[in-house]
Design a binder for this molecule. Structure first.
Ligand code: ZN
Ligand code: ZN
Length: 191
C-alpha cells in the first residue's frame, strides 16, 4: 500500500512536472501568439501605408499621364499652326514673286514707251527740218518743182516753167520782190 502511495506520488510529481512544462510551453506559445499578433498588426499598418502610397503614386501617375497627353495635344496643335504659317509664308513669297514679275514687265513697258515718245519727237523734228529744206529747194511759186533758174537782178530762185510764164508778160517783175528784169537776167543754177 505504501509502495502504491509512493508510486502514486512519484507519478503525481511527474505529472506536476509535465503540467509545469506544458504551462511553460503554453506561456511561450501565448507569448509567440501575442508577438505574432503585434507583428501582424504592424504589417497590416505597413501594408495600409504601402497601399496608400501606391494609390498616391497611381494618382500622380495618372495626373502625369494626363499632363503628358495635354502637352502632346498642345505640341500637335503648335505643329499644325506652324505648318499653316509655313504655307502662308510660301503663298506670300509666291505672291511677291508674281508682283515683282509684273513690276518688271511694267518697267520694260515704261522704257519702251519712253523710247517711242523720244522717237516720235525725233520724227516730228525731222519732218520739220524736211519741210524747211523743201521750202529752200522748191520753187516758191508752185512749191512743187525744184529751183532751176535765178533772176540775176535780185537773185531770187524759181523753177523754169514759173519764170517762163512771167517772161511772157510785157512787164517782167520778180514774183517775190517785184524787181524788173530782162530776158537775159534769167540764168540756170545748179543746186
Ligand atoms: Zn515754179
Ligand atoms: Zn526778186
Amino acid at each position: 500500500m505504501e509502495k502504491e502511495i509512493q508510486q502514486a506520488n512519484t507519478s503525481l510529481d511527474f505529472y506536476n512536472m509535465k503540467a509545469a512544462r506544458i504551462e511553460d510551453q503554453l506561456r511561450f506559445c501565448s507569448d509567440q501568439v501575442q508577438k505574432l499578433g503585434e507583428e501582424r498588426f504592424q504589417k497590416s499598418v505597413s501594408l495600409e501605408n504601402t497601399q496608400k502610397r501606391l494609390s498616391d503614386m497611381r494618382r500622380s501617375s495618372h495626373q502625369a499621364k494626363e499632363s503628358l497627353e495635354d502637352s502632346q495635344f498642345k505640341i500637335e496643335r503648335s505643329r499644325a499652326a506652324l505648318l499653316e504659317l509655313q504655307i502662308e509664308i510660301e503663298r506670300e513669297r509666291f505672291k511677291k514673286k508674281r508682283i515683282e514679275e509684273e513690276l518688271e514687265v511694267a518697267r520694260r513697258k515704261v522704257v519702251l514707251l519712253q523710247a517711242k515718245t523720244e522717237g516720235n519727237s525725233m520724227i516730228e523734228r525731222l519732218q520739220e527740218e524736211l519741210r524747211e529744206y523743201r521750202e529752200i529747194l522748191k520753187c516758191s511759186i508752185c512749191l512743187d518743182r525744184p529751183k532751176e533758174v535765178v533772176i540775176t537782178k535780185c537773185y531770187h530762185l524759181f523753177c523754169n516753167p514759173c519764170v517762163h510764164k512771167v517772161t511772157e508778160n510785157r512787164h517782167r517783175k520778180c514774183p517775190v520782190c517785184a524787181a524788173s528784169f530782162g530776158a537775159n537776167d534769167v540764168k540756170p543754177v545748179y543746186i
